[in-house]
Design a binder for this molecule. Structure first.
Ligand SMILES: *Cc1c(COP(=O)(O)O)cnc(C)c1O
Length: 370
């Protein structure tokens, strides 16, 4: 039985994120010819604007798939079966990236960390020193499953020292927190439409550096739909190689205009402010963050340890039923242990204040004593 909700939905999961009404309206517009002039204009505008967010002079390709498809594209366009690959993993998405490469025949060396901890650049240096055969490094910029942001610029510096390829999962960071593809020397960067971009799920964006395109030329992993060369060539003509998720392109076109208006620096500042507001509020309620070293705490998602004796499901259900606020649970081994508050994309102070207030009341009702 669905109860009448008196409050507007406050979707506080780390993707899909809320979509503002003007973008939703754009998503709902009638279809046009995907090989026609008008759509070509949209493709050109989007790919140009995305460069400003990736901070790259390279082409940014727009793929019709979820973020994971983008990660698969990163792997199959740059690596070959048998390649030795270092997979830096600080959580569920780090493991997923490694699994994709492994499925395509890469020879994976894991550099795993306890979930909730960031990776250390020195460990990456050590791993690359120990095994000079390693040709590429996989890393998650912002680990959505643990609420931890890696020091990507430092890790990238080490990977550059050793002149290896660096493939980056930036699905829940790009467009929300700082990432500089060209300046940091990242070779492949991937993100997804439903995270920081305020559009529905359905698109992944991927860019390759010059070195990345060189790797593409010699890479032998099988690829068809995700062949980035085909996407690059089609995009040069204002097209995509296959029928794109046009509705999401319509939405993205409006979203990027909105984001350009707010400005990159303002967007970063807003996420930083809201991240700190969330963490301070959570601690004020007497709760603990999963990420113990707050220098690495994510400004797009906060993972909170669920207090002893209280079920994560009880917290999430009560938040939804009584306040229409949706929180995320834990993934993998953190399932039942943490809940997560998403604060990326469309998110203002009020959304977080409301969430924290409701969370305090909910925990009190569930018998939490601080
Ligand atoms: C959401 C997410 C993904 C996967 O994206 P899907 O769109 O669900 O395939 C990958 N990596 C990170 C860090 C994410 O947050």
């Amino acid at each position: 039985m669905t109860q009448q909700k008196t409050r507007a939905l406050n979707l506080r999961i780390p993707g899909p994120t809320p979509v503002p009404p003007d973008i939703l309206a754009a998503v709902g517009r009638p279809m046009i010819n995907h090989r026609g002039k008008e759509f070509a204009g949209i493709v050109e505008r989007i790919s140009e604007r995305l460069k400003d967010f990736f901070l790259t002079s390279q082409d940014v390709m727009v793929l019709s798939c979820s973020g994971t498809g983008g990660l698969e594209a990163a792997v199959v366009n740059t690596l070959s079966p048998g390649d030795k690959v270092l997979a830096v993993s600080i959580g569920a998405f780090g493991e997923r990236f490694a699994t994709i490469a492994e499925k395509y025949g890469a020879d994976i060396t894991m550099l795993p960390y306890e979930w909730g901890q960031p990776a250390r650049a020195d460990d990456v240096r050590h791993a690359l020193k120990v095994d000079p055969q390693i040709t590429a490094v996989l890393v998650t910029h912002n680990e959505t499953s643990t609420g931890v942001t890696n020091a990507l610029a430092q890790i990238a510096e080490v990977v550059r020292e050793f002149d290896k390829l660096l493939l980056v999962d930036a699905v829940s960071s790009l467009g929300a927190i700082p990432l500089e593809m060209d300046a940091w020397g990242l070779d492949c960067v991937v993100t997804g439409s439903q995270k920081g971009w305020m559009v529905p799920p359905g698109l992944a964006f991927a860019a390759l550096s010059e070195r990345g395109w060189q790797a593409y030329e010699t890479s032998k992993m099988p690829r068809f739909y995700f062949d980035l060369g085909k996407h690059r060539d089609a995009q040069a003509k204002g097209q995509t190689p296959f029928t794109p998720a046009m509705s999401i392109f319509f939405g993205l076109d409006v979203a990027l205009e909105r984001m350009a208006e707010e400005g990159l620096e303002s967007i970063f500042a807003r996420h930083k402010r809201i991240g700190a507001l969330t963490r301070d509020g959570v601690k004020r309620l007497g709760l603990e963050l999963l990420c113990t070293d707050e220098r690495f705490a994510s400004d797009t998602v906060t993972a909170v340890k669920c207090p002893e004796g209280i079920e994560v499901s009880a917290v999430r259900n009560a938040m939804e039923d009584n306040y229409n606020i949706i929180l995320a649970g834990g993934q993998g081994k953190l399932s039942g242990k943490i809940f997560r508050i998403g604060h990326l994309g469309l998110c203002e102070e009020d959304d977080i204040t409301q969430t924290l207030e409701a969370l305090g009341e909910t925990l009190a009702k569930l018998g939490f004593k601080r």
